[in-house]
Structures are given as structure tokens and as C-alpha cells.
Design a protein around this ligand. Sequence first.
Ligand SMILES: [Zn+2]
Length: 329
Amino acid sequence: MSFKNIIGQKDVINYLTNAFSEDKIGHAYIFCGPEGIGKKTVAEEFAALILCENPRNNKKCGQCSSCRLFESGASPDIRRLSVESLSIGVDEVRESLSDLVIKPMYSARKVYIINDAEKLTAQAQNAILKSLEEPPSYATIILITTVYDILLETIRSRAVKVKFKENSYQEVMEAITKKLGPGIDKERAEFAALWSNGSIGRALAMAEGQEFSDLREKTFDAIIKIEKEKLRGIFEISSFFEKNKESCNLILDFMISYYRDILMAAETANENMLINKDKEDIIFTKVFEYTAEQLAAAIAYVIDAKKNIRYNANYMLAIENMLIGIAQI
Ligand SMILES: [Zn+2]
């Protein structure tokens, strides 16, 4: 891997390699932007570059001890914090930063990468803040997050914000073709690219796995259940959301696409304008069941739920409020 193999994010990569070549590497960065667009990949690559003992033309050498240790995953000069649970507590942060005061072993610098920083509790953020107030000269901490605003102002003011952009449709297609080979089913690749919201990570997951299609089918079943049973259907649908909490963003996007497609079908009567082209039959029959206002209201409920979940509101409460709203439009 190297920066040149990363598709997209050219501005970010230029910015970071310039900082490197001018010897202006920061002590703290916040890499922010939607999921699946390369924040972790760029962070890893940047870390490898600044840890390399013998970089040339802003590229890691790939041969020094540091590069080899990095490659094997055994470098003592980089630490990563990633947790599966929904929050990152103060103990996990302290443990991760515990060797910050110890000088790097192979490199001139030490890098700490904290993934999913939106999960950091306030105390955990305060623990990081202590390290950011007087960081050792060799330390660089990279916080990676999808929600920049959720971090404390005190952290934000001490870190350089590095904003990642959504990938373009072409970049997503390029990534899919590169990863899955030119033999990939073209229709499936296009569908994944269209669905990815500019996220290469999401597009690849979709193009590769059956899981995505299954989840979309189940989401559509759930929507149709609300249409038929209204409030009576909510209990069962809630449990679908409960079981698929990890994929809730995707499910909510499926919901938006459903209502958006009906709106599009009503306005244009053109099946090529649909995201869910394969569901054309269902979508065109629904045109007569909704007014444009109702569709806009349904979309607004889903967007609201997305926002609430993103800002750590009670997940099931946010989902139930949305379902109740939609059942009553
Ligand atoms: Zn090297």
C-alpha cells in the first residue's frame, strides 16, 4: 500500500504529505467524514510515512526496520484504539496512551490512532486532552470520526481538522473494479456504486456480499408492513431494527430511497431515475398510495431518526418515534 494506491482523497493526501515534507507534522489531527471513504487507510499510510526511518520523496522506504515492523503489525511506535462496544471509556484511553511518555523505539515519532472517536465519553476525551495539552515532541494523535461536532470544543481547538470528502461515482466504480476484478457483474457494481453514497467501503461491502441485498429486502418488507398494518405492525418492525442495530444507517438509507423513488416515479414516470430499479413494479403501484407531502414527511421522519442516532440519542426510542410518525402519515 502507498498513498498512490488510495483512490480519491487527493486534497487530504496532498495536505498531509506537504506537512510531512515541510516538517510540520501536527501533534493532533481529527480525520472526519462519512464512513467507508478512506479515513483509516489514509491514517495508516500517513503513520507509516512519518514512522519510516528513511523516507524518500514523501514516500516510505518499505525496507527499514520501522517499515518492516509496521508492515508486520508489530511496530511498537504505533498504537491503535478500536473498540467494538458502543462507547470508548476513560480506562481504554488511558491504557492506549499509557506509553506516550516513552520515547519511540525505531522512529523519530510515535503515532496513536483512535478509531470511532465519536464513541469517546466526555471523560475519555478529557483524558486525551491532558495528553494534548503538553504532548511530547515526537507524538502524533489521530482521532478518526464520522461526527466532528460531537467532540469537545477543547479537543477540536487543539487538533487539526482534516476533512475527507465523499468519493465520486467514478472513484467508487474504480475501487470496485480494482478490488473485484474486471469480471464483476456490471449491473451489480453500478448498483453498489449508486447505493454507496460516495463511500468506497460501503460499495465494496455491497458488491461483495449477499448481506446487503438481504437487508434491503427485509427493509422493504418492513416498510410494506407499516403501510398495511400501521401502528399494529410497529412491534415486529422494532425488533427488526433492534437485531440490525449495527446496520441501522444502511436500513434508514434504504427507507429514504424507497420514499424517494416513489416521489421520483410520480414526478418523472421514468424508471431510469429510480435507485431501486429492480423494484420498479412495486414503486410504480405506490405512486397512487401517497401524496408528495406524505412522502416528504416520511423522508423527514427517517432523516430525523438518523440525526438523533448519530448524536447518540436512545437508539430504540429514535426508531420507534420514526415508525410511529411514518405509520400515521
Ligand atoms: Zn522505511
